[in-house]
Ligand binder design. Structure first.
Ligand code: PHE
Length: 355
């Protein structure tokens, strides 16, 4: 004989969901005792059924309610347990966790983006496998142009079904064309990224990084170029005594063109940027060649622009004092630990971009 009170007590005391389910099966399951009682109703006389029916149904309901209530209690206890044991203290220091560091090239790219964002420049991008047209032709270097030979270009092997000649971009200047096509004028962008030339020694690697700058607007002159570069170099090297010198030069995509030297001085036996004991070349620049504006779909009678380009790796070496470019790409963890930056030290103008 099954006792309702004993069943209800066991349900209330069920220690876990499995025990609770066992109680459910024993009472309400296919061969459970309440189910068996329900089956007896069929053989009863109508009078008897009228008395027994509600009684048995009442038992069934009380057991079902008790199961539901116990289930809710067990669920709540389980949630409490999880909240207590699976707690994550976000304020704990991460000192025990091995941490990577930000590569100086990435750091300098972040610094450049920060400095130029403050001057109203957006960041533009282009592909590293670039068409011959973007890398050369649109930049006023037609097929026979001698400057093409100076670039030590890596050519991409032709592929069936792919028309045209492709190269690993030899500079970031093709992004000038892409930016003008995509954004039109007026425009202010920088374009940092990887470039490739077949060259390798202590100061050259086959892959290196450049940043391109481009401003297109009305009434743009060399004065805007000079001010922009001076302002950039002061912010980047975090010194006010930055002197620059523009030397006439030649690039097919700028006219006139100027190479930009920055003054250096000796500090603790090391050559540092600032002062003017000597000069070193840091940038190529000039007014955008009208033919380049036209190739990108802009009317050169309406728009003028200036452009500049420089090596990011070189900027990093000058600012942070490395002397062998090849080590940048060796992946030596000791070098990265020494020269790398904390992932949390995000460069900002107010904190000093060299944070
Ligand atoms: N693309 C040139 C180089 O790689 C640099 C440059 C960029 C010069 C923009 C002028 C204007 O040497």
């Amino acid at each position: 004989m099954h006792d309702l009170d004993a069943t209800l007590q066991r349900i209330a005391a069920a220690p876990d969901p499995a025990a609770l389910d066992a109680e459910r099966v024993a009472a309400l399951g296919k061969s459970g005792w309440v189910t068996a009682l329900l089956k007896t109703l069929g053989q009863m006389s109508p009078d008897e059924r009228q008395v027994k029916g509600p009684e048995i149904q009442g038992q069934r309901a009380r057991i079902a309610d008790a199961i539901e209530q116990r289930k809710a209690e067990l669920d709540a206890a389980e949630l409490e347990r999880k909240l207590a044991t699976e707690r994550l203290d976000l304020t704990l220091p991460a000192a025990d966790t091995p941490m990577g560091s930000v590569h100086p090239v990435s750091q300098v790219m972040d610094e450049l983006a920060e400095i130029f964002a403050d001057l109203g420049f957006a960041v533009a991008e282009g592909p590293e496998i670039e068409s011959d047209w973007y890398n050369f032709t649109a930049l006023n270097m037609p097929e026979t142009h001698p400057a093409r030979a100076m670039h030590d270009t890596f050519y991409v092997a032709p592929r069936d079904g792919v028309e045209g000649t492709f190269v690993l971009r030899t500079h970031t200047s093709p992004v000038q064309i892409r930016a003008m096509q995509q954004l039109g004028a007026p425009l202010r962008v920088i374009a940092p990224g990887r470039v490739y030339r077949s060259d390798s020694d202590a100061t050259h690697t086959p892959m290196f990084h450049q940043v391109e700058g481009l401003v297109v607007d009305k009434g743009i002159t060399m004065a805007h170029l000079k001010w922009t570069l001076e302002t950039f170099l002061k912010a980047f090297f975090e010194r006010d005594d930055i002197a620059i010198r523009l030397r006439p030069s030649y690039f097919p995509f700028t006219e006139p063109s100027a190479e930009v030297d920055v003054g250096w001085s000796m500090e603790n036996g090391r050559r540092v940027v600032g002062g003017s004991e000597g000069w070193m070349e840091v940038l190529g620049s000039g007014m955008v060649q009208p033919r380049v504006l036209a190739a990108a779909g802009l009317d050169p009678d309406e728009w003028q622009g200036f452009a500049f380009g420089t090596g990011i790796d070189r900027l990093a070496m000058l600012k942070y004092g490395m002397n062998d470019l090849r080590q940048f790409f060796d992946g030596d963890l000791r070098w990265l630990k020494h020269y790398g930056f904390s992932a949390l030290a995000v460069p900002t103008l107010s904190a000093g971009v060299g944070a």
